[in-house]
Design a protein around this ligand. Sequence first.
Ligand code: A3P
Length: 294
Amino acid sequence: MEPPMSEYYEIFEEFCGVLMDKRFTKYWDDVETFLARPDDLVIATYPKSGTTWLSEIVYMIYKEGDVEKCKEDAIFNRIPYLECRSEDLINGVKQLKEKESPRIVKTHLPASLLPASFWEKNCKIIYLCRNAKDVVVSYYYFFLMVTSFPNPDFSEFVEKFMQGQVPYGSWYDHVRSWWEKSKNPRVLFMFYEDMKEDIRREVIKLIEFLGKKPSAELLDKIIQHTSFQEMKNNPSTNYTMMPEHMMNQKVSPFMRKGITGDWKNHFSAELRERFDKHYEEQMKDCTVKFRTEL
Ligand code: A3P
């Protein structure tokens, strides 16, 4: 059941033209003035685009394929989520300040809201995106399992997504903002669908972007450790270490399906037509092309 709009806006607010969780914007100064270090690596995504998958691959690269080191802590502690803040419970900025270099920084911010220091220090950035229809499906289930979020029905949620009335705002603006940055050689622009199609090719791309040499042994280890099934069963990647009162995985698991094309099981013909038409309008000036099935 969709809560009244007033309830929705008790949790979220328009912030610099982007709908954001109010708990995050309350301490925005901390985010805006964040001091990057030149060897920071940023992993930027719109929510539900494969952030956790990419993060675990990158962490494996940093730890040279040492699975035990990757299991030492939950992914959300190993790779802090920059803007995430929940009063005293979670504080991404604080976690990052306490980390030794080289740090890996997770963010869902559009390029325009990334703290300036990352650009000034010329940090490497990886942006991963996923086709909008699979993102909206994944985001819908995420809404159901995050206990503090409202529970809309699917078609209402798609409507909100199209209007940019979901946290992190318009998917279209987000992707466009990062696509414009992808001309910068310090920014690697990647697609979830490419990773699903040929993970070895994409991991090689990542290793080379990070200035390392891909060995067959390292590639095999990474691919094995970061498969969907492996990550689903791994407590340090499947978010079961997140308290149940925050994420109720009985409603929907964080590692849900991990496929391309699940939108076909959720969109009616009419909804698909409306969505596609709106998509064309939104993305008409943008050259980025997505695949919605493999
Ligand atoms: P689904 O809900 O479609 O299954 P994020 O980490 O950005 O929140 O993205 C979550 C999405 O990535 C979920 O999609 C999740 O199942 C999928 N995912 C996580 N790990 C994956 C993996 N190793 N391989 C493929 N997809 C993965």
